[in-house]
Design a protein around this ligand. Structure first.
Ligand code: KE4
Length: 430
């Protein structure tokens, strides 16, 4: 496969961008390869700068529920940009977006921001303002963006790099960040006992997807709901990945549990930079200019970004059956990958919730950070390379998700499973 153009682009990038990228996981460092520079996407396909075409399961890290470059999204954006790119003033599109997003999710009030990180920052600040408490509980292996206070035992790129905390974060900032064990409600109860009347919120990925896809055990989320309630703390669902992915109402609908605050990203932006946080009206009335919790953003609610997000959420609203279709495709993929691993004698466990899945190089399912980090990342790197050579574009990290979209056809799934059979057969499974 010719990669000359990507290689020369990477050499140039390395001189002017840290690691040659604008987000660490894209650098392919944990899989020991140079990244491919992508020039276009269409449906389930990506094309790189050398003209190589891939079946894509990164999906821009989740936003492309209906596939890349969907005409309904592209044409809506093309129409909006004719009227200008942004005004720093309220626009009708923000009202349309807020009305649709609250209707689909069932939350009362929502605030648009520009990334999932910002959404989490806003939600935690509101929770602290509302409860007048400072401490926050997160879970080892969960990732909630790169704000200082959340870079504690975090997943995604930090886990990929093997360093779950970050330099440059003052101890004082993370002193109020408490870490519990995912799927272990007792570890949360213990923190509340050790910190009475001091915890503002528990923030959780309802389906952990930043240590690979780790489903919540039965009763785990309900236990968090009950424990938070009992101790006067707020429950925050970080739905940057699960929002609009598991159901129109995200994990709240999928699991039938209502959080007090919810964060969104990815799908809500249709591929453009959009994040959002929202929830109960009495809590969100704390947000400036209505209340004393300040949060702002020059580009928040940007008309072009709203247009892309609105186009995608409108497709969800009109085509609720999309979830059954992508879940069926993801189930076929998961079954095929598991069968490929068995026939290759590979110690691989496939974990799936809806259209989110991870092939863990583990003999048994990952249930938390401690078990996920035992994955054979060397074997994953070899598998990744074998799949890339066969035209399948996976997350360049064991600790991420595969995203199946409405654009992935049965032929795509079959081609992916066949590639996995060959890639896995080529790896020695000691
Ligand atoms: P952003 O600031 O990257 O838009 O969102 C942060 C975030 C918050 N919460 C959850 C549950 C998330 O998964 C994320 C971001 N996800 C990663 C992929 N696992 C983004 C990819 C990247 O960092 O390049």
């Amino acid at each position: 496969m010719n990669t000359a153009t990507s290689k020369s682009l990477f050499a140039r990038a390395g001189r002017v961008l840290p690691g040659g990228v604008n987000s660490p996981v894209r650098a392919f460092r944990s899989v020991g390869l140079d990244p491919r520079f992508i020039v276009s996407g269409n449906g389930s396909r990506l094309t790189d700068a050398d003209g190589n075409v891939f079946i894509d399961y990164v999906s821009s890290w989740g936003p492309m529920l209906f596939g890349h470059n969907h005409p309904a999204v592209r044409e809506a954006v093309e129409r909006t940009v004719r009227d200008g790119l942004g005004f720093g003033a309220p626009s009708p599109l923000e009202v349309d977006m807020a009305e649709l997003a609250t209707r689909l999710t069932g939350i009362d009030v929502i605030r648009m921001v520009n990334s999932g990180t910002e959404a989490v920052m806003g939600a935690i600040r509101v929770a602290r303002g509302f409860t007048k408490r400072n401490k926050v509980v997160k879970f080892a292996g969960c990732y909630h963006g790169h704000s200082d206070m959340m870079l504690v035992k975090a997943g995604s790129g930090l886990l990929t790099g093997g360093v779950p905390d970050s330099a440059g974060v003052p101890p004082g900032v993370t002193a109020d960040t408490l870490t519990a064990r995912y799927n272990d409600a007792d570890s949360v109860e213990a923190l509340f006992k050790e910190n009475p009347d001091a915890i503002a919120a528990v923030i959780v990925e309802p389906v952990a997807a930043n240590m690979g896809v780790v489903p919540p055990k039965d009763g785990f989320l309900q236990a968090l709901r009950d424990i938070s309630q009992r101790h006067g703390a707020l429950l925050i669902f970080d739905e940057v990945i699960t929002g609009f992915r598991l159901a129109p109402g995200g994990a709240q609908e999928y699991f039938g549990i209502r959080a007090d605050l919810v964060t969104y990203g990815k799908i809500i932006g249709g591929g453009m930079p959009v994040g959002a946080y929202g929830g109960r009206r009495d809590i969100m009335e704390m947000v400036a200019p209505l209340g004393p919790v300040y949060q702002a953003g020059t580009l928040s609610g940007n008309p072009v970004a709203m247009t892309a997000g609105l186009a995608q959420l409108s497709m969800i609203d009109r085509d609720r059956d999309v979830y059954a279709r992508i879940d069926r495709a993801a189930a076929r993929l998961a079954d095929g990958l598991a069968a490929a691993a068995r026939s290759a004698g590979a110690a691989v466990t496939v974990s799936r919730v809806g259209s989110l899945l991870t092939a863990f190089f583990l003999p048994a399912p990952a249930v938390d950070y401690e078990s996920a980090v035992n994955s054979d990342t060397t074997a994953y790197a070899a598998y990744f390379a074998g799949m890339l050579d066969r035209g399948i574009y996976l997350a360049p990290s064991q600790f991420e998700a595969m995203f199946v979209s409405a654009a992935h056809s049965d032929e795509d799934i079959d081609a992916t499973v066949n590639a996995a059979k060959e890639a896995l057969a080529g790896i020695s499974h000691a």
